[in-house]
Every structure is written in C-alpha cells, then in structure tokens.
Design a protein around this ligand. Structure first.
Ligand SMILES: Cc1ncc(COP(=O)(O)O)c(C=O)c1O
Length: 472
C-alpha cells in the first residue's frame, strides 16, 4: 500500500540540498541586506500568504514562496539592535534541522534516550558556566516560560496551591522588572495586585531597603510574602539588582529568590563579578536564544533543588510514568516541568557549544559588552545626543536633543519617536525604544555575534541623519 504522505529518499535529498543551497546563499547575503526591508507592509504580506489550504499537494512547488518569506522578514543582520534578541548562529540551525528529522520526544529517557541525556548535559553545562554548579533544570520555550515555572515553584514551596487552590501570596520585583513576571503572577492566580513593584536607584537597580520595608509592611498586614524576583539584566537598561543583599533578605524571611536572568545571566560568562550572589538563588531563568545566539525557542530554568520542581510539576498519569527506577533511565523532564512532549531543543545548543567551544561564546559576549561601551562613548562625544542611562550590560538608551538641547521634553519625546520610525525606514540600522525616567528613549541592544565597530558607529550616523531629514 502506498501511504499518501510517503516521500522517497531521492525527493528528500533533492529538497534538502536545494534548501541548504538557498539558506547558505541567504547567509552569504545577510551582511549586505537592509536591516529592515523597504517594502514591508502589513496588508501586502497578509495577501501574499493568505491563500486557501491546498486540497491537492503542490509537490516541490510548495517551497516556491520561500524566497518571499525570506524577503519579507527582518534579517538577523549585524545591524539589528532591537529588543533583546539574539542573532541566530547557523550551526544551531543545522541542529534544529537534524533534531526535527530525528523527531524525538526528549521528555523522558525511554522516549528519547540521547535527547534526554543531551538536554541534561546541556543544562549542567549552563549551570556551571554561570557559576551555579550542581543546579538542575530544563530547557524552556524562552525566558517568559522559565519565569512562569520559577514562580510556580516558588508559590508551591511557600504557599502551596496545587491541591486546594490559591490562598494568596505576595511577590516582589522592581519597577524595571520584565512584564513576564507580573504575567506569571496573574497566571498563577496570585493576581497583579499581589505584585509589589519596588522602586529603583539612579542605576535602575532595586532598592534593597525599599524591598525590606515592603516585606515588613505586608507581614504586619497579615499577608504572605512568597518570592522576590531579582533582575539580572533589566530589559530597558540591563541593570542588575543587588543579588547578594536581596538573597540575605530572602533568607531572613524565608522567601523564594528567583533571578530573572533572561537578558543578562549568560553575561556572567564574561563578567562573573557583576552577578555576585547568583548561586544563592532558588531558581534562575536564562535565555540561550538571546546571549548564546540560539534560534528562537530556547530558554532555560535552573533550580537549586529538583524536589521543588517535582513538588510543583509532578502530576504523572500512569500512561506516562516510567517503568524504570534507574536514575538515568527513569528520568523524565515532565516530572519537573510544565511540558509533557518536549522537542530535542538541546541538540542545537549542544552542537553550537561543541563546534565553537565555550571560550568563543565568552569572547563573543565580551565583544558585545565592549561594543555597547564603544557606542556609549560615541554618544557621549556627540553633543546632539544624550545618553539616558548607565550601560550595565549591552543595552544603550539615548535620545536626540539637537544642537541647543533646548526643546521641551514632550517635543523631544515626539521628535525621538519620529526619529525612530525614520531610522527603521532608512533600513541601515534597527533600533527599538524604552521609557527612561518618563522620557521616550532610543535603545540599541547588542546581543549579536555578527556586529562590529562600524555597525555601532552607524547607529549614531543614522540617528543624526534621520534627525536632519526630519528637521529639513
Ligand atoms: C529581563 C527579561 N525577562 C524575560 C524576558 C522574556 O524572555 P522571552 O522573550 O524569551 O520569553 C525578557 C525578554 O526580553 C527579558 O528581557
């Protein structure tokens, strides 16, 4: 019987060859591409891809629209500085391809022996690379899901809810913390109102004494403090909260310490001294798809004690429970994670790390940190620009103020908004934005293994050119 989805090995080989040629050509052209395609418009793209589902297969013509998809995408170019978004190094892409062909379920040893073993190895590598030797963990979809899981473990450890439902609990993070933490509070049934946003100092770091005061206040009101989220790299400015001080307070009050290191924790490969106390955390999120330049979809949650993960996530049904009691062959990630089916994400990261070696990643992160300082010095030397925040990691926040610097602050907000739009449309660098002390800020973030000094210099020339254009 010929099954309808059968594919001959000749056809697979031919398609794979042409796909590898196509993607290799694309990578060759990448440095020359505009940082944002000129022609991208919502309706046009929607129309391009809005055809009906084909009733009859198109065969190899199914791939015909691939050039349009690539054309209408924002390239991972050396001049992409938006958000906190890694640059996607291609060895990892080959890993993803191999992983999809192999099609394992890495969730348990018995459903994917190598995949399961390699994920455990990669997690161990990551823990030891950031100075948290002995931590366990698993790969996640990204930083948001790692934060959700970390805070779920916190809630279950300090104010158990899995059995009888949520009975309250208070979380603490700084006013600069990432939105995924408040989202997690909502998803966990604690609610936004039980998140205390602690004020920050001039360097955008959580003020530990304000945290202490907030905890004291909640305790005297009869509430149940559960966890503190310390940011190791806030999204806007990259500031790192005083982890050691916060950890001491957590210990004093029996609070869970979760570190949101989705942006910054991996920078401890290059500047470990900036992350003093990271190993005191109960759980840490970090994002290989940011600062290990992995393709999107690779985060990680590390935790000190796997029993905490099992308390939160182990709800095994008989259909999934392992028959083996062997610590290796009986191991299942689903006992310690939200996910049951689990892709073989670790293969991409494992291949990248083996291909280049940890030192190359350390150097690349160092280069990114250095380039951010170079950009800050270009900005500081240019009187028409004003830097709006210290550069703790690789995010640089600044704005155009013009020659006199005399425009009103709402005029400057509006002007910088228009400058950002113009810079993106000019297509030579891609920036995003942040709000700093209530002001609209241009923001360049360098988590890009392709960027070099001329690329960061282009940020300054492009912002000035856009401002000149707008001001006639
Ligand atoms: C500090 C911080 N936490 C969490 C996240 C969310 O990570 P992800 O986009 O991988 O879900 C980000 C994203 O930029 C971040 O900067």
């Amino acid at each position: 019987m010929q099954r309808p989805l059968a594919l001959s090995s000749e056809d697979f080989r031919a398609l794979a060859h042409s796909l590898s040629d196509f993607t290799a050509d694309y990578l060759e052209r990448l440095p020359t591409l505009r940082s944002y395609p000129e022609h991208i418009r919502g309706v046009a793209i929607q129309q391009l891809f809005s055809g009906d589902i084909p009733q009859q297969g198109l065969g190899s013509a199914a791939f015909d629209l691939l050039p349009e998809i690539f054309e209408n995408s924002r390239p991972a170019s050396p001049r992409f500085f938006g958000y906190v978004f890694g640059s996607g190094e291609p060895i990892a892409a080959l890993g993803q391809f191999a992983s999809a062909v192999l099609h394992q379920n890495a969730t348990a040893w018995r459903s994917g022996p190598s995949a399961n073993a390699i994920e455990r190895t990669v997690v161990r590598w990551l823990a030891s690379a950031i100075g948290c030797e002995g931590f366990s963990g698993s790969l996640t979809l990204g930083g948001s899901s790692a934060n959700l899981m970390g805070l779920c473990m916190a809630r279950e450890a300090k104010a158990p809810a899995n059995q009888s439902g949520v009975r309250g609990g208070v979380l603490y993070c700084s006013t600069e913390a990432h939105m995924s933490n408040t989202k997690a509070a909502a998803l966990l049934g604690l609610g936004h109102d039980s998140v205390r946003l602690i004020p920050v100092d001039d360097a955008f770091r959580m003020r530990a004494e304000a945290l202490r005061e907030a905890v004291r206040h909640d305790l005297s009101a009869g509430l149940k403090p559960v966890a503190v989220v310390a940011s190791a790299g806030t999204t806007a400015t990259g500031s790192i909260d005083p982890i050691r001080e916060i950890a001491a307070l957590c210990r004093e009050h029996n609070l869970w310490l979760h570190i949101d290191g989705a942006f910054g924790a991996l920078a401890s490969l290059a500047i470990p001294e900036a992350f003093d106390g990271i190993d005191l955390a109960d759980s840490i999120s970090l994002d290989p798809h940011k600062w290990l330049y992995q393709p999107t979809g690779c985060g990680c949650l590390l935790y000190r004690d796997p029993a905490d993960a099992r308390r939160a996530f182990s709800h095994s049904g008989d259909y999934a429970r392992s028959l083996s009691t062997d610590p290796i062959e009986g191991f299942a990630f689903f006992e310690e994670s939200i996910e049951l089916s689990r892709p073989f994400r670790a293969l991409a990261l494992w291949l990248s790390l083996r291909y280049f070696g940890l030192r190359a990643f350390q150097q690349s992160i160092s280069d990114d940190l250095h380039l951010a300082q170079v950009l800050a010095s270009f900005i500081d030397a240019e009187p028409r620009l004003e830097r709006l925040a210290p550069v703790a990691l690789s995010a640089v926040c600044f704005r155009y103020i013009g020659k006199s610097g005399g425009a009103g602050s709402s005029d400057l907000d509006d002007l910088n908004r228009r400058i950002l739009d113009r810079v993106i449309r000019r297509g030579r660098v891609y920036l995003s934005n942040a709000t700093i002390h209530g002001h609209f800020s241009l923001r360049a973030c360098i988590v890009n293994h392709r960027t070099t000094e001329p690329d960061v210099h282009a940020i300054v020339t492009e912002v000035l050119a856009a401002a000149d254009e707008l001001q006639g």
